[in-house]
Ligand binder design. Structure first.
Ligand SMILES: [Zn+2]
Length: 309
């Protein structure tokens, strides 16, 4: 766990991103996070001296202390399940290094061998298996990675006035070197639009998140929510040939806590992972007949990340 004052994951990532911008200018994407991690940690007493891919059964990544001297290794999984997520995983582990590691010194190696357990072994998040402190720590490392790899100002510029489309998402994932899911999740976090994302498998939502504006109007995605049959996601990959732009669906298909409204839906299927990633975009204002009552609690924030595209 962290020693000393807790650092803000967002501020730390933005600080490093500004340094990169100063040295490389706007042409700094995708972020070479391995080179950055080594460079930034070089002047610490316990630098990151190795970053490697390996088979990590069950794990997505690790930040491991060196057994014989004050140093760290980042290991990321080379499993096909996590293909496309390597850069994000390295950034996540770098986040643990910057935010959570105990600083190692020769005193931690009294007989030439590390005398404490202090590594980080990162699993895909499972909502029920994590204790609160672990969940917060993992979320912080994700937030760090997200802000380091996809600065919001730059992301906004890429989107401009355009509606999110398959082509635009392809551009975003290429520019930042991240997975589709990481790119969509980031957009949901900062967009002013009423929008939501749903990751589904076998007809049910496994994970979902609504934008702040959507959440305030009663839209959230509980995990386990059935995917409507009349939706693009519900039709499955064979239901539609390559969908580039969002399809306009009438009221009555996607239904939420306060009822149903028309929605624009863009769904991308990953046959490799057997998942669909759906983006729902609603009208700016909620329907007039929707009651505006109390804010929805954080039940929407269900983390079931295993098998992300
Ligand atoms: Zn982690």
């Amino acid at each position: 766990m962290a020693e000393g004052a807790a650092k803000s994951p967002r501020k730390e990532a933005i600080r490093l991103s500004k340094l990169l911008e100063l040295s490389l200018g706007s042409d700094r994407f995708p972020v070479d996070v391995a080179a950055l991690a080594k460079e930034v940690s070089r002047n610490c007493g316990d630098p990151i001296d190795k970053i490697i891919g390996d088979e990590l059964p069950g794990f997505e990544g690790m930040l491991r202390p060196h057994k014989k001297r004050p140093a760290w290794h980042i290991v990321y999984s080379t499993s096909p399940q996590y293909r496309g997520r390597e850069r994000f995983t390295v950034a996540h582990e770098f986040g643990h290094y910057m935010l959570h590691r105990p600083e190692l010194s020769p005193a931690d190696y009294p007989d030439g061998v590390l005398n404490r357990a202090c590594g980080f072994e990162c699993l895909p998040l499972q909502s029920n298996e994590w204790k609160q402190a672990e969940r917060e720590r993992e979320e912080e490392a994700d937030t760090f990675a997200s802000y380091l790899l996809m600065p919001i100002d730059d992301y906004r510029l890429q989107v401009g006035q355009n509606e999110i489309s398959r082509e635009l998402l392809a551009h975003i994932t290429r520019r930042y070197g991240v997975s589709l899911l990481a790119a969509v999740r980031k957009w949901i976090e900062f967009t002013d639009m009423r929008a939501a994302m749903v990751v589904a498998c076998d007809g049910y939502a496994r994970w979902g998140r609504a934008s702040d504006a959507a959440l305030k109007t009663g839209i959230f995605i509980p995990s386990g929510m059935p995917i409507p049959e009349g939706s693009i996601a519900g039709m499955g990959p064979s239901g539609l040939s390559e969908q580039d732009r969002a399809a306009q669906l009438p009221e009555g298909i996607w239904t939420f806590r306060r009822g149903s409204e028309p929605v624009r839906e863009l769904t991308i299927f990953s046959e490799r992972l057997g998942l669909s990633v759906t983006l729902l975009m609603f009208e700016r204002a909620p329907p007039k007949h929707w009651p505006i009552d109390e804010l929805v609690p954080d039940a929407y924030d269900q983390f079931l990340r295993s098998g992300q595209p």
